[in-house]
Design a protein around this ligand. Structure first.
Ligand SMILES: *Cc1c(COP(=O)(O)O)cnc(C)c1O
Length: 394
């Protein structure tokens, strides 16, 4: 059975060229980048080249990049770093109710340390309104964190408009309000330029863009006040102690270079496949709906609610047929609570439980999409035949 991978939003396969670029740094090029001898100089140069490549991808300067252990650490560094560095200015943080746990759990932690957090609602498509951000800003607000695109439903946020509102309020009050965005789902996939977005901080993860796992970075705009989370040596301009993840960083640089080159053609290739999957499923399978915004969505994200049945059952049945997807309603997680994102867009308990996410990638083909629609139809018919929720023998 030929397997079909449609879970690129969870992680991507590492590009063969990225593996190739990393290879020497697993073996003969092993020097500590902080060593001043030739071994160290060689690996220091490799890290700085990678820094230039990832910086170029988001329109930043290399010295505004802090390499981290991934997207989660970058989000933590942004939120906790800004909060603790600026607490004398205020203790209020604004975020949205649909953020990744890397942001939400950080906010919950900061609430236990004297900060107060506003979790903004979203509309039925998962959009945060710039006006709601403006209205939530108080004289105590020090930080706003709104993700660039949502990992579950793919909705892209109006980051530049939100930045404008924050800028206006900042200059009215004469106090800096920092703006962070979790761009893990967008960088390398759609254009994400820090100046066009108007952000001060931006988090990225390598493994979501065909790079290695365990590597990420935080973009920190020059002048941003930030405390360190990891204290030790003077690596990363004194912002993060510890000997650098040399192979990971080199791989990240290679992946960023490839992403910059291929982004345009990937978007052109993926968008029609996404739209075909949406159109065919909605046409073929009754009582289904698309979650997220119809057009302001990632070119690779499709999220359906399939009424009367369980997302987890769909997922397991698809897996038996060799198709890998994802759901916002995993009972195996121990709770029967559906995802906070699906709740925030106002889905009923039942529809939230019947969610399934397909995320496409550079290796996805039209034949795979056809196959998925066919198998999904079969699986849904089978599960609905057993579902106590179906009335009238659907
Ligand atoms: C995957 C993901 C993260 C976490 O990144 P890691 O590198 O796995 O820690 C954070 N935010 C979003 C939106 C993600 O999709």
């Amino acid at each position: 059975m030929k397997k079909i991978y449609l879970d690129y939003a969870a992680t991507t396969p590492v590009e063969p060229k990225v593996v190739e670029a990393m290879r020497p740094y697993h073996s003969e090029k092993f020097g500590n980048p902080s060593s001043i001898h030739s071994y160290g100089q060689e690996t220091r140069a490799a890290i700085e080249q990678a820094r230039e490549k990832v910086a170029r991808l988001i329109g930043a300067k290399p010295d505004e990049i802090v390499f981290t252990s991934g997207g989660t650490e970058a989000d933590n560094m942004a939120l906790e770093g800004v909060a603790f560095a600026n607490e004398t200015m205020g203790n209020h943080i604004i975020t949205s109710s649909i953020e990744h746990p890397a942001v939400l759990e950080c906010c919950r932690f900061l609430e236990t340390r004297g900060f107060s957090v506003t979790y903004l609602p979203v509309d039925e498509f998962g959009v945060v309104s710039p006006e709601s951000v403006r209205a939530a800003i108080t004289e105590k607000t020090i930080l706003v964190s709104i993700m660039h695109a949502n990992n579950e439903i793919g909705t892209i946020q109006p980051i530049a408009e939100i930045a404008k509102e924050i800028g206006v309020r900042s200059s009215e009050s004469g106090r800096k309000i920092y703006f962070h965005t979790d761009a893990v789902q967008t960088v390398g996939h759609i254009p994400a330029n820090v100046d066009e977005l108007g952000v001060d901080l931006l988090a990225v993860s390598a493994h979501k863009l065909y790079g290695p796992k365990g590597t990420g970075f935080l973009y920190v705009r020059k002048g941003t006040k930030l405390v360190s989370l990891i204290h030790g040596g003077s690596q990363e301009h004194n912002r993060r102690g510890s000997t650098e993840n040399l192979t990971g960083i080199v791989g990240f640089g290679a992946a960023a270079e490839i992403a910059a080159r291929e982004m345009g053609s990937e978007i052109k290739k993926m968008t029609p496949l996404r739209d075909k999957l949406i159109k065919d499923v909605l046409a073929k399978i009754p009582d289904t709906q698309l979650n997220g915004h119809p057009t302001l969505r990632l070119p690779n994200n499709v999220n359906f609610s399939i009424n009367f049945i369980e997302g987890e059952s769909i997922l397991l049945n698809l897996d038996l047929e060799g198709i890998a997807a994802s759901t916002g309603s995993a009972c195996s997680s121990g709770t029967f609570e559906p995802s906070h994102v699906l709740k925030a867009i106002g889905l009923s308990y039942q529809l939230a439980h019947g969610s399934i996410r397909f995320s496409l990638g550079k290796h996805t083909t039209e034949a795979e999409i056809d196959q998925v629609v066919e198998v999904l139809d079969k699986v849904v018919k089978k599960l609905r035949a057993m579902s106590p929720l179906v009335k009238g023998g659907k």
